[in-house]
Design a protein. Structure first.
Length: 212
């Protein structure tokens, strides 16, 4: 049984609906429970010492938020913001702890998810440290396409604001616009409003690996 299915067995959970742009939880606040995304997308952001925001990762259906801070009994290290209308199951701390007590297999599932999340953040940190922006953008588009698209789709699409994309890869919005224009010229992608359609996955993959 998957971690998601195990959490579905917990009866005491609230259904919360957030509109696009609404803050789900604040950086620095005390976690009261965990958030299980049922529908929608959430950007997890952190504010630097200089006051600049950057996106650590983007969560979607099936992802769980806040469990790390809750487990460590620390304040939220990041903020969670809905990128579109998002439905979330909220499980209070006491109910979550009771579930862990009654279903020890949950602990193993959470540990594995935490390890995977740490590996993802480590990979992103290395990318920002060593890859030029062009390689980081190609990598980010492939990451988002894989995360948000059904594997049966012929054309992979990513819908995201240029500001969010810039904050995800650690650069300026103007740089993202320029590189997307280059990718369009090279026929790696085509754009339609905020939606980016990937039409040459292999070329993007090669661009990403070229700077690896």
């Amino acid at each position: 049984m998957t971690l998601r299915n195990q959490l579905d067995l917990i009866e005491n959970k609230d259904t919360l609906i957030f509109k696009k742009g609404q803050i789900i939880y604040f950086e620095g606040s005390s976690p009261q429970g965990i958030y299980l995304i049922e529908q929608g997308k959430v950007k997890v952001t952190k504010t630097s010492c200089s006051g600049k925001d950057f996106i650590t990762h983007i969560a979607s259906k099936g992802d769980i938020l806040s469990y790390g801070d809750l487990s460590l009994d620390t304040r939220h290290s990041c903020s969670g913001i809905a990128m579109e209308e998002t439905i979330i199951y909220f499980i209070y701390k006491r109910d979550f702890q009771e579930a862990l007590h009654n279903h020890p297999e949950l602990l193993e599932g959470f540990f594995q998810q935490l390890v995977n999340h740490i590996r993802e953040l480590e990979s992103k940190a290395c990318s920002i440290a060593y890859k030029p922006v062009r390689g980081r953008l190609a990598e980010a588009l492939l990451y988002l396409a894989k995360k948000f698209n059904n594997s049966n789709k012929v054309t992979l699409s990513v819908t995201i604001t240029r500001k969010d994309l810039a904050e995800l890869i650690g650069t300026a919005r103007e740089t993202v616009n320029r590189l997307l224009s280059e990718f369009r010229h090279d026929r790696y992608i085509k754009t339609e409003g905020l939606t980016i359609h990937i039409i040459n996955t292999k070329a993007l993959q090669k661009t990403s690996e070229m700077y690896g």
